[in-house]
Write a protein that binds this ligand. Structure first.
Ligand code: HEC
Length: 141
């Protein structure tokens, strides 16, 4: 191993330096916890969250169905009711109305809420993001 002496020499040089300075005072570890100000979710924030959906959904009035149905006015709309979109059997069987609460549950874990849904999307995990997103959807009608 030809490198060893070189490394050893280096180590000795460093060790021999010996001018170890008194360690600087340890940084305070007990810094006060930063209060994360509770930012109230808004529709404007939700518009940013909706970027995760635009690969598959439009939300404008009369917007085209894509991989997923157009979501204009989806809050308060009957599940699987948008004309011209071919829903999965699972979504059609779900029934009900997209209330805020229903959307919250669905968008948190789509494939858990509607097993067999064709919406291949893991979900919006963050509660505040979901709230903002639903506010945004609600504003699109
Ligand atoms: C990979 C594509 C894809 C993404 C991304 C996606 N969706 Fe979907 N979405 C679908 C499909 C496909 C359906 C229809 C599901 C079915 O029929 O089982 C659907 C259905 C829905 C429905 C039910 C609509 C109805 O008319 O009953 C809602 C609400 C919805 N999506 C919201 C969202 C939101 C909000 C996001 C973003 C956070 C999102 N989706 C992201 C593909 C997607």
């Amino acid at each position: 191993m030809r490198l060893a002496p070189v490394l050893l020499a280096g180590a000795l040089t460093l060790a021999g330096c010996g001018k170890s300075e008194t360690p600087a005072e340890a940084p305070a570890t007990g810094a006060p916890a930063v209060e994360t100000a509770a930012v109230e979710p808004t529709a404007a924030m939700g518009e940013q969250v909706f970027r995760r959906c635009v690969a598959c959904h439009t939300v404008d009035k009369g917007g085209a169905n894509g991989i997923g149905p157009n979501l204009h006015g989806v809050v308060g709309r009957a599940v699987a009711s948008h004309s011209g979109f071919s829903y999965s059997g699972a979504m059609k069987a779900r029934g009900g109305v997209w209330t805020e609460a229903a959307l919250d549950t669905y968008l948190k874990a789509p494939m858990k809420d509607v097993p067999g849904t064709r919406m291949a999307f893991a979900g919006v995990i963050d509660d505040a993001d979901r709230k903002a997103l639903i506010l945004y959807l609600e504003s699109q009608k």
